[in-house]
Design a protein around this ligand. Sequence first.
Ligand SMILES: NC(=O)c1ccc[n+]([C@@H]2O[C@H](COP(=O)([O-])OP(=O)(O)OC[C@H]3O[C@@H](n4cnc5c(N)ncnc54)[C@H](OP(=O)(O)O)[C@@H]3O)[C@@H](O)[C@H]2O)c1
Length: 294
Amino acid sequence: MKVLILGSKGRLGSALLRRWSTLSQISEVIALTRTQVDLSDPDAAEAGLSSQSFGAGDVVINCAAATDVDGCERDPETALRINFLTPERLARLCASRGARLVHIGTDYVFDGALDRPYTEEDEPRPLSHYGESKLRGDRAVLAESPLHCVVRVSWVFGPDKSSFVDAIVRRALTNPEAAAVHDKTSSPAYTEDLALWLEQFLKPSLPGGIYHLCNRGTCSWRDYGEYALECAKRHGVPVLTTTVAPLTLADMKTFVAMRPPHTSLDTGKFTRATGITPRPWKEAVEEYFSTWKA
Ligand SMILES: NC(=O)c1ccc[n+]([C@@H]2O[C@H](COP(=O)([O-])OP(=O)(O)OC[C@H]3O[C@@H](n4cnc5c(N)ncnc54)[C@H](OP(=O)(O)O)[C@@H]3O)[C@@H](O)[C@H]2O)c1
């Protein structure tokens, strides 16, 4: 089986490339970047993927996206091209060759008003152009083939690209005051864990459709940041504080796009399909900071 990774230089794509390059069931991993497949140009992207040799039984995984939530709010047309129109074209191409497309989605398709984790059956209602473009991408991909999968993830962190936890720990190396939003909750997802769990999507026996995937449990940005600081300190990172003061979403005046308040994801469907229960987010954060470098 051949696997093609779109967005192979991103936070998730890099982790997949590293792990999947070692898997015996994959004969070849083809790492694609925007140089070969530029998602902002649907025609060029289709031609770029089309020039690759792959076919029935192979898997294309799309980790590429316009992920800057405020950038998408400022430029919704580009967001639509990258997150919706091009994925639709690539999904059609994959379907025509009998290959599965695994398309990575987001919790931002929901409005965050629910008081429990979102299941795949819950009705999406995006609050931002980012969420809207990703939702349209999810639906377009699934419409092209029953083999295709949309895997929605949330709060992605890992060693290949800085994210919220890296930023809060790095800042605490020189600043004794930390603050983070307490009235927004979700579920962190460690790229090393996602790379392991996403192997399940290489199995043709796994039915197509939407799956939610992240580490277990729900936390606020403040809980997440405070735990990251505690882990970092435990593992010898000289942070000046482990206390995080509470901010509210309303305090975040620099946010251009609206953020959904509560978007933790229910991963029960993935567990029922694979027998795998994701480990708690705290275990994953602890492991991450055991080898963290500033
Ligand atoms: N990060 C999160 O917290 C989070 C939360 C929920 C869902 N997700 C979803 O998870 C997926 C992976 O996210 P991530 O955190 O790994 O994001 P990331 O680090 O921002 O990676 C995105 C990748 O997309 C590529 N890309 C952007 N525009 C492109 C274009 N026009 N043509 C080709 N490639 C382009 C980037 O290429 P360059 O390296 O060249 O810039 C990068 O490799 C995305 O679908 C995202 O929506 C992420």
